[in-house]
Design a protein around this ligand. Structure first.
Ligand code: PMP
Length: 433
């Protein structure tokens, strides 16, 4: 007899963020359409978390699929050093057009973590390139390279408590130290962490910070923590006063999730660098992008080749992924999409009022299409096992939820209908009852 998909999965696959001994069998999904996923037995699930926050317009969207197909038939991949192509150029131009003012270059990579790595490396090398004379000049001055190489004064990095920026080493280093990072803590570089409301306690010389990285308005994996624009503005202003490079990680908040195209639009103070991924392709293809201002870019222009930005991935600016990005923007920038975002935002606001009356619900909150609360059950934190219980119960009711510990959140694709939202809300109410 043929082995089932689950048996074959169990034999061959190691899943992300999954304790393989304790986790229930994975659910084989065979199809997606709109906000729904269908399993091999024909059961449907509303994807209330946009499949790890990537999906914007619905699953297997025919327009996106068509554009990917056309691109795959024309040009599937080409090395991106020394070569270029229209899908990457068009996507970069369009991103620069819709991002907050002041951005002038796009650097492509593969995912959210790499978009963050690129941003951190840009900021670190910015200071090195600024503070070090050209090696060529040093040699010409006949004083020798070592005599003119000074120590870099801007070496420290500032991040927010509760931050999550990804799973590669740089991204882990700037993330809150906790269960995700504990096994690697000896290998992570040192970072100062500031509370967005109490940063005046930061015990460092602010002129030593090279950069400050933050998730604007909503901190995702750290527990859907939401902040006041006023508080973050004040911290950003302080960074500005000290010429610290500001990096907005909009990997999760970008592309309409918070009710604006980018969460940075809620803020007066704008970053020097923005990290994008997830919704960048509408959830169709893996792609990362790091946008920077002319000031950052200019610091790498030199006759001295050692000032080059030595970073790139095999699939940098993959044409199919860029085409998915362009197709997703086609849909995102239509009025219909923003009407849907506003519709979901308004529906969430109604549900929030209902949640406020429930005893076991703590800190119900919302930012645009993201709604979250803590369930008053056990300790706050990712390892609270209530998460897997709620996940299982919701699946039985045809809804995909994946609470972060006892933090329950809803972040649906924008095509989710009012009826589907009601199904999700009812499911949440039933499982917490
Ligand atoms: N930054 C933020 C704010 C994120 O939420 C995530 C992923 N959840 C990442 C970075 C890392 O993205 P990826 O998983 O694509 O590497």
């Amino acid at each position: 007899m043929d082995k089932s998909l689950v048996e074959r999965d169990r034999q061959a696959i190691w899943h992300p963020y999954t304790q393989m001994r304790l986790a229930p069998d994975p659910l084989p999904i065979v199809e997606g359409s709109g906000a729904r996923l269908k399993d091999e037995l024909g059961n449907y699930y509303i994807d209330a978390i946009s499949s790890w926050w990537v999906n914007l317009h619905g699953h297997a969207h025919p327009y996106l699929a068509q554009k990917i197909y056309e691109q795959a038939l024309q040009l599937e991949q080409v090395i991106f050093a020394g070569f270029t192509h229209a899908p990457a150029i068009r996507l970069a131009e369009r991103l620069l057009h819709i991002l907050p003012k002041g951005f002038s270059k796009i650097f492509y990579s593969d995912n959210g973590s790499t978009a963050v790595e690129v941003a951190l490396k840009m900021a670190m090398q910015y200071w090195r390139n600024q503070e070090q004379p050209d090696i060529d000049d040093a040699i010409k001055s006949q004083r020798g390279v070592s005599s003119v190489l000074r120590g870099i004064t801007r070496k420290k990095i500032l991040a927010l408590t509760h931050a999550y920026h990804g799973d590669t080493f740089g991204a882990m280093s700037v993330s809150e130290r906790g269960v995700f990072t504990v096994a690697f803590q000896d290998y992570l570089f040192e970072v100062a962490f500031a509370d967005v409301n109490e940063w005046s306690t930061v015990n460092n010389d602010w002129d030593e910070f090279a950069c400050f990285i933050y998730e604007p308005m909503v901190q995702g994996a750290g527990g859907m923590k939401m902040c006041e624009a006023r508080a973050l503005n004040a911290l950003l202003k302080k960074c500005r006063q000290h010429q610290i490079i500001c990096i907005a990680d909009e990997v999760m908040t970008g592309f309409g999730r918070t009710g604006k195209l980018f969460a940075s639009e809620y803020l007066d103070e704008q970053p020097d660098i923005i990290c994008l991924s997830k919704g960048l392709t509408g959830g169709m293809m893996a792609l990362g992008a790091t946008a920077c201002t002319q000031k950052i870019y200019d610091a790498f222009l030199s006759d001295d080749r050692s000032k080059t930005f030595f970073h790139g991935h095999s699939y940098t600016a993959n044409p199919i992924a860029c085409s998915a990005g362009n197709a997703s923007l086609d849909l995102l920038l239509q009025d219909e999409c923003f009407i849907n975002i506003q519709r979901i935002t308004a529906k969430h606001a109604g549900f929030l009022q209902q949640l406020q009356r429930i005893d076991v619900v703590k800190h119900p909150r919302q930012c645009g299409t993201i709604l979250a609360f803590e369930l008053d059950y056990g300790d706050d934190g990712y390892l609270n096992n209530i998460s897997s219980i709620l996940h299982g119960k919701a699946l039985n009711k045809g809804v995909l939820l994946r609470p972060l510990g006892n933090t329950v959140y809803i972040m649906p694709p924008y095509c989710t209908t009012n009826e589907e939202l009601d199904e999700v809300y009812n499911c949440v109410l039933e499982i917490i009852a």
